[in-house]
Design a protein around this ligand. Sequence first.
Ligand code: HEC
Ligand code: HEC
Length: 285
Amino acid sequence: MNIRTVTAVSIALIGLAPIAWAGGPDDDELVINGDIEIVTETDAPAHLEELDTIYSGWRFRTDETQALQLDDFDNPGMIFVDQAMDSWGTVEGTEGKSCAACHGDDPAESMTGVRAVYPKWNEDAGEVRTLAMQINDCRQNQMGAEPYGYTSADMTAMEALISVQSRGMPVNVAIDGPAADTWEQGKEMYYTRYGQLELSCANCHEQNYGNYIRADHLSQGQINAFPTYRLKQAKLIQQHNRFQGCIRDTRAETFKPGSPEFVALELYVASRGNGLSVEGPSVRN
Ligand code: HEC
Ligand code: HEC
């Protein structure tokens, strides 16, 4: 980081708290259940010229928080995976169907690799879809059921169930072709300064990751590990909840979960993690 950026960002952060210089990510390795190897550090994707190396947020958490992800029995997010497994087999809506009716009793049959490539362009709909949008599309148009609230507990749990099928696989969202415009929009948002504090995502997560802001060890703000169980909130949260919280911290008006703005931002942020492993449901403070 050059000195000018440091100064500008430090001044902007005075309202919040000065940044304390600290040692970056730790050197720990994440292997879940002694079996699933998670890539938490790798070369940045080619489109991301500002960084050489990308890291999962896991590498910035304390040993105590990290430990909760080593074994599924200790991971409080896994309860919601079990709950979603019940929903998977439950018939709902006017068509008398469950997810299992079309996608098979074991979600591994149809959902392995899915989390890794979302958000994804949907040709028929002519739009970039997040996983949540796709789940609701199936509920409404395949099942004749009510959509889940975008960041509801049911939705977030279903995302966790789908995510688990891809744990350890590399994030690989497409940013070219018909998704390119949405990706550009998301990129622009990432570098836009928001709120009274005039801070962009990049000011914190690109220029200051590894440092402390208040008591928080700043990560690169990756979303490979979502949904994530937040100890502070004692619940599983979705990436759009996190975006909202971060924008609110800059004392700005924020966008709504599921809004076109957050869908674009999600595509862009996901692409910054291309090459890291799918890790959700993860545990964070
Ligand atoms: C009546 C059959 C049917 C039911 C019931 C159904 N789906 Fe689907 N689902 C589909 C079809 C067909 C597609 C492919 C749609 C497309 O590509 O536009 C799909 C695609 C998906 C995808 C994207 C897969 C990919 O490779 O991109 C996900 C995720 C998904 N469904 C989840 C669910 C969940 C969760 C439920 C239950 C809440 C559900 N579906 C219920 C038919 C169904
Ligand atoms: C004022 C600094 C600040 C700004 C600006 C900011 N964040 Fe954050 N963000 C944080 C802090 C602090 C955390 C919690 C510690 C961590 O994981 O970095 C966090 C966490 C995150 C996480 C969770 C990462 C994980 O592995 O659990 C994501 C994703 C994220 N931010 C995305 C964003 C996006 C996208 C923007 C821009 C809209 C943004 N943040 C703007 C401070 C900021």
